[in-house]
Design a protein. Structure first.
Length: 293
């Protein structure tokens, strides 16, 4: 069958040119244009898979799990017991019960979990109201990063270096999926993930709360190694090809780059994030203390 967005696009065409339901047709067309329809479809169900991901999910955020599928031959008794004690709905994983949203190539190791998006990713307004802002506070905003591998790697680095949250735009951005959780090595359950409807509005809000905004840009002559990071820090990471959007770039207090050997043109956004967040944490050792979230 045609993809949902193609069906809706055709339907809106008929409405627009059939003389009836013009308003509805326009609304549907804009939903497709803004990618809201596909985002909703993705956000309703997040499937994670593999022993490590499920162990972290049950240990760190079991309330986000709605159902766990376990194959009859699954031989990790410790994890089986964790599932049983968690009181989460358990279904026997067979060819008939295999969630169709899970790719056939996924290495699920005989265990798959269904996550509630709303219980894994919190809205910006709720997050920021409960955020304790100190000089040791840092946040990361993803600026239309398309590769799930990069998103997962950034989440993992953010958790490793004591960042207080990863802000994820709702549109034109790779969302949290099973692949993202797997690449994050389970860290998606150990650091706040925050949904942002308008990046520029969120940046302005955080600036009013005292955050200094750093934009990572390879062309900048200001080396990140020269920064003291003596105020709450907000790092903006741009798109893999286009970098930070112009209007968001204009909101940055400073643009910084990572010095590299001339034989290397640049680092990808995942590697750049790791270097930048390490540079910040080196000036904020308290961010690395045990129990920091």
């Amino acid at each position: 069958p045609p993809p949902p967005h193609a069906t809706i696009r055709n339907y809106s065409f008929l409405l627009l040119h059939g003389g009836a339901g013009i308003g509805l047709g326009i609304i549907i067309w804009f939903l497709v244009k803004l990618r809201l329809y596909s985002a909703i479809m993705i956000q309703n169900k997040i499937y994670i898979y593999g022993k490590h991901a499920l162990t972290e999910a049950i240990t760190s955020n079991s309330k986000a799990l709605e159902e766990i599928f376990v194959a009859p031959q699954f031989d990790d008794q410790v994890l089986r017991d964790m599932v049983r004690k968690s009181s989460i709905k358990m279904t026997v994983l067979t060819s008939k019960t295999m969630p169709r949203e899970v790719e056939s190539t996924a290495v699920h190791q005989g265990i798959i979990g269904l996550l509630s998006f709303d219980k894994l990713v919190r809205p910006f307004e709720e997050f920021v109201q409960g955020l304790e802002v100190t000089a040791d506070t840092s946040l990361v905003i993803l600026g239309e990063i398309n590769d799930p591998q990069n998103v997962g790697a950034i989440i993992r680095s953010a958790a490793a270096f004591g960042v207080s949250g990863v802000l994820i735009p709702e549109h034109n951005q790779a969302q949290v999926t099973g692949s993202v959780v797997k690449v994050s090595a389970g860290m998606a359950f150990k650091i706040p993930l925050v949904s942002v409807s308008n990046v520029n509005s969120a940046v302005r809000d955080l600036k009013e709360r005292g955050f200094w905004v750093y934009g990572l840009e390879g062309e900048s002559k200001q080396s990140i190694t020269k920064e003291n990071f003596d105020a709450p820090a907000l790092f903006i990471l741009g798109n893999e090809e286009k970098g930070i959007r112009t209007k968001t770039r204009d909101l940055c207090d400073i643009l910084v780059s990572i010095p590299v050997n001339p034989r290397c043109e640049s680092l990808n956004v995942g590697a750049s994030a790791a270097v930048a967040l390490y540079a910040w944490s080196a000036k904020h050792p308290r961010a690395l203390r045990v129990g920091k979230k």
